[in-house]
Design a binder for this molecule. Sequence first.
Ligand SMILES: [Zn+2]
Length: 275
Amino acid sequence: MKEVYNMEIKFLGSGGGLVSPDVNYHSNMVVTFDNGYKLLIDAGTHIQFSLAEAGIKPEDIDGIAITHQHADHVGGLEWLAFYNKFMVNRDEKLHLFYGERRAGGYPSEALSELWETTLKGGLEILNKSKVTIKEYFDIYKSLGGVRFIPNNHLEYTTKVNTHNKLAQDIKSYAFSFSLLLENVFISGDAKYPTEQMLNIMQQVDTVFYDCEFANYEGSVHAQYHELKQLPDDIKSKMYLYHHNLTNKDIDDAMNTFVKEAGFAGIVKKGDTFTV
Ligand SMILES: [Zn+2]
């Protein structure tokens, strides 16, 4: 039997990485669970402003789950780390979750990547000494009910020419994950869903999916015209987010337009869903 959590998901913003903060904020969300636990999904560069506008204080956040390392998802982590260190008197450090945990309960490789490639520059030196990620965050907690699923947001194939040998294809993936909170699927930044993602989406009640309305060549995001081809049973529970629309663009006509195409709707900044 699937374990169902009741939770409220508040979109602090519903915009993509290039959105300007005067029209929408980055697609970061606050999930409040039954027991009051507040999980922030992603902390981009707009986070100080989007939290303030939503009336949520940084000290109200218990944990942060990261989908991947672009600045609209991690650019506000340094501020949250310092703010909690110096401005908040809390019993427990902020919990930080990113990627699939390793055997034995050790934190994920993604978390060490996050420290090495994004956070270390600003956070490593503290009071004249060198510290690690553990100074700011509790990285050892597990996050029951939430799974990290590798998605297809960023991938590249490169050809390596070894001496007089045939070229080989090497495929590599960025750290980009989808979050599954048992009865809800949040794509994170994603392209058109893979078979694995489709299978999971079939099983849940609500889907939030990355959708770009503009047509860009070589996009790393799912485009509206592609998502329109999804089966009706998936579209009917799918809300589109991480888009390039302003809150003003998402008027009744636009919502009617996507609903006529079979979708559940478009997410606006400030929208709250109980799932
Ligand atoms: Zn993004």
